[in-house]
Every structure is written in C-alpha cells, then in structure tokens.
Ligand binder design. Structure first.
Ligand code: CO
Length: 134
C-alpha cells in the first residue's frame, strides 16, 4: 500500500494554489469536478504521492461542512490498494465502520471508498484503487 494523496480542504483552489504552487513550487497537473462528492479537486504531485486540494461546489458538500466546522486543513488521507473490494471486506469483517460499503467513482475515474474516522483514530481514510482500464 502507498499514500495516494493527502486531501486538503480549501474555500478556493485558486487561492490555495498561491501557496502550494506559486510559493512552495509544486505543480497543479490536473483539475476536475467530482459531481458525486460535490467538490472540485486539484492534484499536485509530491514524490510518489500527491496533494489533493478540495473546494466545495455547493453548500451541502461534505467539504462545506468541514470548512464551517474547522475552517480548512487536512481533510483525509488516501491509501492506494490493489483490491479495494478485498480491503473493504477485510475492514467489514473486523467490524470497522465504513462510510462507503462499496466503491464509487472518484477523481480521475478511480474506484474509491471512505472509511469512517471513528474506525481510524479520528482520521478520515479514503481507499483508492487505480484502475488502468479506465
Ligand atoms: Co481524496
């Protein structure tokens, strides 16, 4: 397993890029809107991982709620797995609380599923399976 990306909640990606891109020197290689999750994301490669900047696209986006509560910051850690179905089945078998019982389509067409923070010491975890067929 590897860290696929670190998700950071922002009010606006353009504003956030003033730090991550202009000042720090990372490069925004990919921006897209994920309608299902009501977010716009920007991906900035960092080593073998990425920083994922998240911006809400509506007031009822999970990112809007997070921003209202916390004002921004680290939102989730995404772990790349080879077999997301197997990873979910294992977690379920161990009695871990899941947000997504089965994978859905996330950024870049990857299959993703979120694990509830109560299962992982308060950290929201996203499992990602890169599907080369997509
Ligand atoms: Co993510």
């Amino acid at each position: 397993m590897k860290i696929d990306h670190l998700g950071i909640a922002t009010r606006g990606i353009e504003e956030a890029l003033r730090f991550w891109e202009d000042a720090l020197g990372l490069e925004n290689v990919h921006t897209e809107t994920v309608d299902d999750q009501k977010v716009r994301v920007a991906m900035l490669p960092l080593g073998e991982s990425r920083i994922e900047l998240l911006e809400p696209t509506s007031d009822d986006s999970p990112i809007s709620r997070f921003l209202d509560k916390r004002g921004g910051g680290l939102h989730h850690i995404a772990i790349r797995v080879d077999d997301i179905e197997a990873a979910l089945a294992r977690l379920k078998e161990k009695g871990m609380r899941l947000i997504d019982e089965s994978p859905r389509i996330g950024a870049e067409g990857c299959r993703v599923a979120f694990v509830h923070p109560s299962a992982a010491n308060g950290v929201l975890l996203e499992l990602v399976q890169n599907d080369p067929a997509l």
